[in-house]
Each structure stands twice: as structure tokens, then as C-alpha cells.
Design a protein around this ligand. Structure first.
Ligand code: FES
Length: 256
């Protein structure tokens, strides 16, 4: 059972997810339960799935702990699952995705319990004057924008964003080399190249981005200063499509 949350940065939410997983693991018919994340947090959904591939499980069920569950979220999950299975073929048990939380017949009871709990929660004191706090101006010279527009979301941009953020934390990219900041963006323009990200200060567009592409962009471009031509698209003044191999599989996604 994979319990899928969006993000967890600090230790406390990770511990909370582990507690939820332990509760689920005690349910009848559940052999194992593991928390994972669609955006930042480890393990990512992809990492969790790959760790279960080839194991002895009859099936994998994914329970999204996300509200509201937008249709786009399910779309990218389905597309990403297919891509990950194509990249690492064999050994996959059947994967099923649970209905959304709000679709449960018990959701009304849960809401009632929360509403009653709020009635007795301590009131937050009104602050007399908001304090003027200072901010550090970032010294980082590089910035990666990950498109979260409609086409890119449907093509799995959330998973790409999550992977980039995990690598950023793991490789300490903020303070390594020129320093890299990352941010989500609305549509970056070339929607048919989804999922798209753009690296500054060069403004290089990358299309058909996968987790493996992110790893190369980090290593070769952000840290090495060399554009990764396999995934890069130049502004030619003409419409471009994802480069496709003879077998009709996007060339960026071929497993080498
Ligand atoms: S939606 Fe990503 S480039 Fe348009």
C-alpha cells in the first residue's frame, strides 16, 4: 500500500506519515504500507514503486492523501506510471489507484468530527501589529523553472518537479557551483514539448523531460555548464515537436 502525499520537508510530517502508514499496515489484507510523495519528499512515488518492482507482492495499491484531487493529478499519475514501466520493464504487479478521499462514504463523518474539534480548539490571539521581518536576498545565479501549465501537468510535471527538488536537496545545489534556485512556472510556451523546463541564465528550453533527463541536466548543465543537447530545444522560429525515434517512442525517453 503506497500512501501518496504531496510534499513533506521537515522531520515532523515525515514522522506523521510513518504513523499513518503503521495504522494502515495493521489493517487486514495489507502486507506493507509505505508513505511516498508526488512532489518534494523521499521516497518519491517513482522511487517507492521501483523499490516494490520484482518483489513478492500480489498487487500495489496507491492511496492519494490529497484534497482536492484534480483530474490532472490522476492523469499525470497514470501517464507517469506507464512511462516508468516502459523505462524499467518487467516485474510489475498490478497497480491500482484508490478513489479520492472526498469520494468515500465516510467522508461526511470525518468532516463532522473535524468541525466539532474546531469548536473546542484554542482561539488564535489577534496580533496587535504585524512585525516587519527581514529577508536574505539570494546569491544564487542559476534558476530552473519547471512548467506546471496544463499540458505539462498532464505529462507528469509534478513528478519532474518532485525529482528535481529531491536532487536539489540531496546535491546541495543551492550552495554548489553558481548556486541554483528552482521554481514552478505557469505555461512556458512550447506545450507540445511537455513536460518542459527552462534553465537560466541561458534560458535553455528542455522538452520531454524525464527523471533521467533531470539527472543529466543537473550534472552537465547546472554543475558542468554544458547544455544537454539530447533534451534541449533551440528557438528556431518554427514549430517543433518532440524528437521521435523510428519506433515512435520519444527519443528523449529511450532507455539506453
Ligand atoms: S503547459 Fe508547459 S509549456 Fe505550456
Amino acid at each position: 500500500m503506497l500512501l501518496l502525499a504531496k510534499s513533506a520537508f521537515a522531520a515532523a510530517p515525515h514522522a506523521e506519515m510513518r504513523r499513518i502508514a503503521a495504522t494502515v499496515e495493521a489493517l487486514p489484507g495489507v502486507a506493507a504500507a509505505l508513505a511516498c510523495y508526488s512532489e518534494q519528499g523521499q521516497p518519491s512515488l517513482r522511487e517507492a514503486l521501483l523499490s516494490l518492482r520484482g518483489g513478492s507482492h500480489d498487487a500495489i495499491r496507491i492511496v492519494p492523501l490529497v484534497l482536492p484531487l484534480e483530474p490532472g493529478f490522476l492523469n499525470w499519475m497514470t501517464r507517469s506510471l506507464k512511462r516508468w514501466q516502459a523505462e524499467s520493464p518487467g516485474g510489475w504487479p498490478p497497480i491500482r489507484i484508490a478513489r479520492d478521499i472526498a469520494g468515500s462514504p465516510l467522508f461526511g463523518s470525518l468532516l463532522q468530527d473535524l468541525v466539532e474539534g474546531a469548536a473546542t480548539a484554542p482561539a488564535i490571539p489577534a496580533d496587535d501589529a504585524a512585525k516587519l521581518e527581514g529577508s536574505l536576498v539570494p546569491a544564487q545565479k542559476r534558476r530552473v523553472l519547471v512548467c506546471e501549465g496544463g499540458a505539462c501537468n498532464a505529462a507528469g510535471a509534478d513528478a519532474i518537479w518532485g525529482h528535481l527538488r529531491n536532487v536539489q536537496a540531496h546535491r546541495k545545489l543551492r550552495v554548489t557551483g553558481d548556486g541554483t534556485m528552482t521554481a514552478k512556472a505557469t505555461c512556458l510556451g512550447p506545450c507540445n514539448l511537455a513536460p518542459v523546463l527552462q534553465v537560466f541564465p541561458e534560458g535553455t528550453y528542455y522538452g520531454g523531460v524525464t527523471e533521467a533527463a533531470v539527472d543529466r541536466i543537473v550534472e552537465e548543465h547546472l554543475l558542468g555548464g554544458r547544455v544537454v543537447q539530447d533534451f534541449a530545444y533551440e528557438p528556431t522560429g518554427r514549430k517543433q515537436r518532440l524528437r521521435v525515434a523510428a519506433d515512435n517512442f520519444p527519443i528523449n525517453r529511450r532507455v539506453t
